[in-house]
Design a protein around this ligand. Structure first.
Ligand code: NOJ
Length: 457
């Protein structure tokens, strides 16, 4: 089944994997809403994404995650496929409204059972489960009560984390509290392009502050209930460079960097918010309560960083507070993915260096990296050489950072299966495995076979 070109490269790949060291963790990442489907089965409550996708005009082509990859029903086959590919670590998220349908109060035993089965199937196949507690599918009931913009979210979240820890902590060692808080607060509470579709600073600022507090508090709940767990959280990041060397562009790039790459990690590390480079976050003080500065900190065992691209930033008077705008990759004559993101492998190297420079930074896992390309399935094959090239090039940069002393100890491809890509629907295909969304048939792409060869020699 291996394409000849890939076969030729195998030797080098085997060599490369060994260079990362024996303990380096290799895996794939997924998220509940993007793959599970089963949106109203067996007691699951609606999430903000169920409600948001049902509104017209929110998602490209009116797509939604009601069925997605049907992982709710196909998890056994999909886990068996991971086993066949020799993937040793599987990152997936728990759906809060599947476990606690109203967000707080009664627990849905069928939801707990589903994740018990997923976890047990992983373990039976020698696959280590890595659990993200929250990957954006907030229970709709909680959104009706204010969602992330309401301070009560912190206690609702702690209750949920405790339920998860008690149910799965005997078998799950690796935990991630939040996935990309910048994205779910920025896109969901500032720009309104993700669920719940809220806009403006008065929604974003409290949501961001509460996400920081919930992240640290969630970490503490996990540590108390599962003392042996490795506890992390994950951050999106993009390497940022100014459009020109003019002072205005340089300062604009610094502001964008503070917003996109620093806003959530720095308070966790005890550095507070990056007020100096991003003055608008001074307004966050309005939402502070006594003791928050200490509560915002938590000593995570690891930080997951998720990088795909670089952004070029220039000064703009049209964007309030930020006074900065991204220069689209499409206008820069650079190679791009189906998301319109620049393919720029050194980005991941720079981000690893940047984060590892923080004093007190724990070990780092790359919890997501990957690319969407316009794959074509023909004769039961998908020859996605662009993706193989992308993954290999980014991995080389990870290795470069590691060889320069960065404490990076793992790498997870986004993603196992083509799936629901949020506002973009099913159009961008990120998977190592192709999914026909009409039949749910899976085809392992060339990149899947490449990863298998890379991992297993
Ligand atoms: C970030 C998110 O965690 C994931 O849900 C998304 O699909 C990928 N990156 C690609 O955009």
């Amino acid at each position: 089944m291996k394409a000849p070109k890939i076969q030729m490269e195998l030797k080098e790949n085997i060599f490369a994997r060994e260079l990362f060291g024996e303990d380096f963790k290799w895996g794939v990442s997924t998220a509940a809403y993007q793959i599970e489907g089963g949106h109203d089965l067996h007691g699951k409550g609606p999430s903000v994404w169920d409600v948001f996708t049902a509104k017209s005009g929110t998602i490209l082509n009116g797509h939604h995650g009601n069925t997605a990859c049907d992982f709710y029903n196909t998890y056994l086959e999909d886990i068996a496929m991971m086993k066949e590919l020799g993937i040793p670590n599987f990152r997936f998220s728990l759906s809060w409204p599947r476990i606690i349908p109203n967000g707080t109060g009664e627990v849905n035993q069928s939801g707990i059972e589903f994740y018990n089965k997923v976890i047990d199937a992983c373990l039976a196949n020698d696959i280590e489960p890595w659990v993200t507690v929250y990957h954006w599918d907030l229970p709709h009931e909680l959104e009706l009560r204010g969602g992330w913009a309401d301070r009560d979210i912190i206690s609702w979240f702690k209750e949920y984390v405790a339920v998860c820890a008690k149910a799965f902590g005997d078998r799950v060692k690796y935990w991630m509290v939040l996935n990309e808080p910048m994205v779910f607060t920025g896109a969901g509470y500032f720009m309104g392009v993700h669920a719940p579709g809220k806009k403006g600073l008065t929604n974003f600022l409290p949501a961001a502050h509460h996400a920081v507090l919930a992240m640290a508090e969630g970490g503490r709940v996990l540590r108390q209930l599962i003392p042996t767990a490795e506890i992390g959280t994950t951050f999106s990041c993009s390497y940022i460079e100014p459009y020109t060397t003019s002072r205005k562009d340089v300062v604009a790039a610094r502001r964008a960097d503070a917003l996109m790459n620093r806003l959530f990690i720095e308070p966790i590390l005890g550095l507070g918010y990056p007020e100096e480079d991003l003055p608008v976050v001074k307004k966050l003080k309005k939402y502070y309560q006594p003791g928050d500065t200490e509560l915002m900190q938590f000593d995570f065992d690891f930080i997951g960083i998720q990088n795909y691209t670089r952004e070029i930033v220039k000064h703009s008077i049209f964007v309030p507070y930020l006074n900065a705008v991204l220069v689209k990759a499409g206008n820069r004559r650079v190679p791009t993915t189906a998301m319109g993101w620049e393919v720029y492998p050194p980005a991941i190297y720079h981000m690893l260096k940047k984060y590892s420079d923080y004093a007190g930074m724990p070990k780092i896992y790359i919890t997501e990296n990957g690319a969407a390309f316009p794959d074509v399935a023909a004769d039961g094959k998908v020859n996605d050489t662009e993706r193989v090239h992308y993954l290999r090039s980014y991995l080389r940069q990870v290795l470069k950072a590691k060889s320069e002393g960065v404490n990076v100890q793992g790498y997870f491809v986004w993603t196992l299966l083509d799936n629901f890509e949020w506002a973009e629907g099913y159009h961008p295909r990120f998977g190592l495995v192709h999914v026909d969304f009409d039949t749910q048939r899976r085809i392992i792409k060339s990149s899947g076979y490449w990863y298998k060869a890379f991992l297993n020699g």
